[in-house]
Design a protein around this ligand. Structure first.
Ligand code: TXA
Ligand code: MG
Length: 339
């Protein structure tokens, strides 16, 4: 299959392909999504095949605005609309009860048979235009092969998906750089199932009490978002995630590793500390949003055959840093080395 590369001006063509049951990689403010009509079971099935995604991992449904909650969900609490008023369009996904009667409803293939459905309104003009023009809800996981780092440019999507999908819509690099925050509103108090672009601090401003899913923080607890239990976001090289006091401790640890086969993912300003090694800065340690914006692209850039190990400097878990650490921990097989 030939994969078309579309521009934002061709949103209408993307909508047409989706309505006809095709797969189109779409830009969002978080990461690229691999879209299909959420109402077309065959198209949704193809998403799982193309990505190599486990069947028990449900998809997020992308919609144009809060009115879609009334259409596809039931028993929507008032808090949902308070959140959409503040954060939509934007990197917040809401888990709500799914309407399973009437015609049509979001099929089990999208929700992996759960009673709930994850709903999100992405903040990207081209993709909002596609959703509106298509007039259907769009199911879309991140547009990467399962297990690999998520895609934040059209080029990354082409790398993973050329020949397997109808089109990639190039909307430029993603602003946030990692996935949306998933908030479960079917429990009280609401729970964050995946940290992301909207921070815990921001959610607490609107909701007061918000909990973190125990599966995110307690070893041995199963995460409630099925996708959070898999090893993820991982380049072929082993990732060693290091938490340390200062740049000197990080430098000394790096020095103890062989130059050959070791790459270092550091903060801006630390590049010169590792002579002889391949080094890449992924953002500023005091500005976690810059780390978020670059982390997946950096992991992809260092994913070269000669790189056997990637040493990564871990940020603080405040603000969007919580999401950055969550993704890096997954890439590192769950382990942080504390110096
Ligand atoms: O920013 C994002 O959310 C991106 C862009 C493309 O929108 N999408 C994304 O999708 O990250 P994906 O498929 O890579 O991750 C979706 C996560 C998975 O961990 C999945 O298990 C969880 O959402 N999920 C989906 N439906 C759920 C539900 N009803 N209950 C709990 N978790 C759910
Ligand atoms: Mg994903």
């Amino acid at each position: 299959m030939t994969t078309l590369l579309l521009t934002p001006a061709e949103a209408g063509r993307a909508a047409e392909l989706l309505r006809a049951g095709g797969l189109v990689a779409l830009p969002t403010e978080t990461v690229y999504g691999l879209g299909a009509s959420a109402l077309n079971e065959d198209a949704v099935k193809r998403i799982f095949e193309v990505k190599g995604r486990p069947q028990d991992n449900p998809l997020i449904v992308h919609v144009a605005g809060p009115e879609a909650l009334r259409e596809w969900c039931r028993d929507v609490p008032e808090t949902a609309y308070r959140l959409t008023a503040r954060f939509w369009p934007g990197p917040l996904t809401l888990v709500l009860n799914c309407r399973k009667t009437g015609d049509p409803y979001i099929p089990d293939r999208v929700t992996a048979g759960l009673d709930t459905v994850a709903m999100r309104c992405p903040d990207h003009p081209a993709t909002l235009a596609v959703i509106r023009e298509a007039g259907i809800p769009i199911a879309a996981p991140s547009a990467n092969l399962s297990g690999k780092p998520s895609t934040t440019t059209a080029l990354h999507c082409l790398h993973d998906l050329t020949g397997k999908v109808e089109a990639v819509l190039d909307g430029g690099p993603c602003r946030v750089g990692l996935e949306s925050t998933i908030l479960d509103l079917t429990v009280d108090p609401p729970r964050v199932l995946r940290p992301g672009g909207v921070t815990l601090e921001q959610l607490r401003e609107v909701l007061g009490t918000v909990e973190l899913d125990p599966g995110l923080v307690q070893p041995g607890e199963t995460p409630k978002a099925p996708g959070m239990k898999y090893r993820h976001y991982a380049p072929a090289a082993a990732v060693t995630l290091v938490r340390c006091r200062d740049a000197e401790a990080f430098r000394a640890y790096g020095e103890s590793l062989p130059d050959e086969g070791t790459a270092v993912l550091c903060w801006t300003g630390e590049e010169a500390l590792f002579p002889g090694k391949r080094v890449l800065a992924y953002g500023r340690g005091d500005a976690p949003e810059t780390l978020a914006a670059n982390v997946f692209a950096a992991l992809r850039e260092l994913d070269a055959p000669e790189v056997k190990r990637i040493l990564v400097r871990c940020p603080e878990e405040t603000g969007v840093g919580l999401a950055v650490v969550n993704r890096l921990k997954k890439a590192a097989g769950g382990k942080i080395t504390c110096l």
